[in-house]
Design a protein around this ligand. Structure first.
Ligand code: TA6
Length: 313
């Protein structure tokens, strides 16, 4: 269906801190996207509590990262190797992106945002690139990040959709989908470990980079009586992060006690899974978030097997 200005499900306004913000409203729910960072700050399916955590102390200001929602991480994950003063998680999350198109198909709406190299990004990372990010709000939220090498030489990169999920009480949730996977434990000197437990419980500060993990994760939240289902493709890394009480107290843009209400389950390519693109090559990573009922009333249609791995490389 062609997009018409008269029934636009998308409004662009100036939000807190003077940042441009797109608000999406469809029959399925609402979402908010800050054009700085192409940062999805809000997703609330109709009748549900918000799926994404956003800190009450999130800083909304030009050039500052936002605590919560879905920061887009590129071209390096966390601290850049050999450059400890480079901005954590790269620059994509703090650069102004361009809203390219709004498309409507039935009751789904897709926003496409673009980011290209400029003088600021070249000062931090010398390569030319194009990022194309498609955000689709339907009954699910689908986030598709395409990376294109527009330069004349090959380069390597890491990326992540650093998704802050809103949970009732992080100490009560379980994360399914990572049994037997190897991870780098950032809370224990980057030691390599294996998850022997069938499901993960958050009992302390948790900061794990699971490598070689391409499957679905399910966060079972008994307090909200729902399961958050994350399907992905083009991603070999899953990051699970919660700062725990002590570390959270030192994070200035997190409100008191808010660590309990967030769990990051990130769709990524990082560490061993960093990618390399030749000139003209592209790569797509897609995360689809869905809400299913609690264990007692889970609709099985959201619990199908993930589709085959699809990348455009
Ligand atoms: O993805 C997990 C992580 O890398 C943690 O180590 C933690 O630092 C978190 O990201 C938040 O990073 P930020 O730069 O947003 O404070």
């Amino acid at each position: 269906m062609a997009f018409s200005r008269h029934d636009t499900p998308v409004r662009v306004t100036t939000g807190p801190g003077g940042l441009a913000r797109a608000t999406l409203t469809t029959a399925h729910g609402d979402a908010g996207v800050c054009l700085q960072g192409a940062h999805v700050t809000h997703w609330q399916p109709r009748g549900a509590t918000p799926v994404l955590f956003l800190s009450t102390r999130a800083e909304m200001a030009p050039g500052r990262p936002i605590r919560g929602g879905v920061p887009v991480v590129f071209p390096w994950f966390a601290t850049r190797a050999g450059a400890p003063t480079a901005p954590a998680h790269g620059f994509a999350r703090t650069r102004p992106w361009r809203l390219d198109t709004v498309e409507q198909a039935g009751d789904a709406v897709t926003l496409t945002l673009l980011l290209e190299a400029d003088e600021t990004t070249r000062r931090l990372w010398r390569h030319d690139f194009l990022l194309r990010y498609r955000i689709t709000l339907a009954s699910t939220l689908t986030l598709a990040l395409e990376v294109v090498n527009t330069s004349s030489e090959p380069w390597a990169f890491e990326n992540a959709l650093h998704t802050y999920l809103a949970v009732g009480d992080v100490t009560a949730v379980t994360v399914e989908g990572l049994a037997g996977a190897s991870f780098i434990d950032k809370t224990d000197g980057m030691r390599r470990k294996r998850q022997d437990e069938a499901s993960l419980r958050i009992v302390a500060e948790t900061d794990r980079v699971y490598v070689g993990t391409r499957g679905r994760c399910v966060v079972d939240d008994p307090v909200h009586d729902r399961r958050l289902v994350i399907d992905k493709h083009g991603s070999a890394t899953t990051v699970v992060w919660n700062p725990g009480a002590e570390r959270a107290a030192a994070v200035p843009d997190l409100g008191p006690g808010e660590w309990r209400h967030l769990l990051c389950v990130e769709t990524a390519n990082a560490a061993d899974d960093a990618l390399r693109l030749a000139p003209g090559e592209r790569h797509e990573m897609v995360a689809t978030l869905a809400v299913a009922g609690g264990p007692s009333r889970a609709p099985t249609r959201l619990l199908r097997s993930p589709g085959p791995e699809e990348t455009t490389r």
